[in-house]
Design a protein around this ligand. Structure first.
Ligand code: FAD
Length: 312
């Protein structure tokens, strides 16, 4: 059985999601190749070649692949699909965009957001906002799978896979790249951060969110997250949202400030190693998952925490 992992990268560096997806792939087969589809990706391919257990790195380059246009990536993957029994893709926005296209063209059922590989045809995935786990068995000869990377350990370094150029496929079809706006931040990326500080509706305004949450995050070297209520109210940008319809994070430390802990929020952070909650309502559901819960007004608790961190 041969498995193709489609790398997550930004043309400059390889994302950790790729290492984690390789771990999932290795649970399926010893023959794991990685596809780096992009533009100007020599450095990314070199990083991928170092992942332990990778047999071969395939490099496909074109403008459309560099712009991560789903049609182009799907076409490139389809051109290679004949040689593989399973195609594994990190469940990022880009991955969730092209993987179903690949599955549809192959006429197989996509298997989404697996968190465990039981056997070569059986997988576990969360359903109902993470409230239940479903074990599914696929009888499709070729499997197209998106992987919830936070559920897998990153494969280590130490490999020395061969790097091979392959065709880029047909291209983007009718889709044309216009522009992208990438938020520049010195903070770690939310989905991969080791520490996340999130603010909720309790902040009451964007100014308060910036005054309270961002300095605490900077003090801890953390990424900033938010509940959907905070995002919908305009206190924080959309890409800060953690939860069922936002990002799924599993950092070492998750600090929730003024967040009630609705199941849709928990779906995005309950696998964090240590959860700290600050909420003035002792009955808030966030305390059911919190390792450390502080029943307090954030307006006093956060300045105290900041002072203690400065003193430490
Ligand atoms: P609230 O529920 O209003 O909680 C605010 C909390 O702040 C309260 O617990 C309150 O006690 C506390 N508080 C108030 N003042 C203070 C103070 N001064 N000091 C300390 N604590 C204080 N939500 C997400 O977060 N992410 C998602 O991805 C998501 N997806 C959804 C998808 C669907 C289909 C649906 C239906 C809902 C989704 N939601 C999601 C929304 C979710 O159901 C909740 O409405 C939302 O998470 C609530 O956000 P919150 O905890 O910030 O606000």
């Amino acid at each position: 059985m041969a498995v193709l992992v489609v790398a997550d990268h930004d043309n400059a560096s390889l994302k950790d999601n790729t290492h984690k997806t390789v771990t999932a792939a290795k649970a399926l087969s010893g023959d794991v190749d990685v596809l780096v589809a992009g533009k100007g990706v020599d450095a990314v391919a070199a990083e991928a070649a170092k992942i332990e257990g990778v047999r071969k790195v395939l490099v496909a380059e074109s403008d459309a692949l560099g712009q991560h246009i789903a049609e182009a990536t799907a076409d490139c993957v389809l051109a290679l699909a004949g040689g593989y029994d399973a195609i594994l893709v990190p469940a990022t926005s880009a991955g969730k965009n092209f993987a179903p296209r690949v599955a549809a063209k192959l006429d197989v059922a996509p298997i989404s957001e697996i968190i465990e590989v039981v056997s070569a045809d059986t997988f576990v995935r969360p359903i109902y906002a993470g409230n239940a786990l479903e074990t599914i068995q696929s009888s499709d000869a070729k499997k197209v799978i998106t992987v919830r990377a936070t559920a897998f350990k990153a494969a280590g370094e130490g490999g020395s896979a061969a790097v091979e150029k392959v065709g880029a496929g047909e291209g983007a079809g009718k889709t044309r790249f216009v522009s992208d706006e990438i938020v520049k931040s010195d903070r770690p990326e939310l989905a991969a951060a080791k520490i996340v500080v999130s603010g909720g509706r309790a902040m009451g305004s964007a100014e308060e969110f910036q005054r309270v949450i961002e300095p605490l995050a900077d003090k801890l070297g953390a990424a900033v997250g938010a509940s959907r209520a905070a995002v919908d109210a305009g206190y924080a940008p959309n890409d800060y949202q953690v939860g069922q319809t936002g990002k799924v994070v599993a950092p070492q430390l998750y600090v929730a400030v003024g967040i009630s802990g609705a199941i849709q929020h928990l779906a995005g952070m309950k696998d964090s190693k240590v959860i700290v909650a600050i909420n003035k309502d002792a009955d808030a559901p966030i305390f059911q998952v919190a390792d450390y819960g502080l029943v307090a007004d954030y307006k006093t608790a956060v300045p105290e925490l900041m002072a203690a961190l400065s003193a430490a």
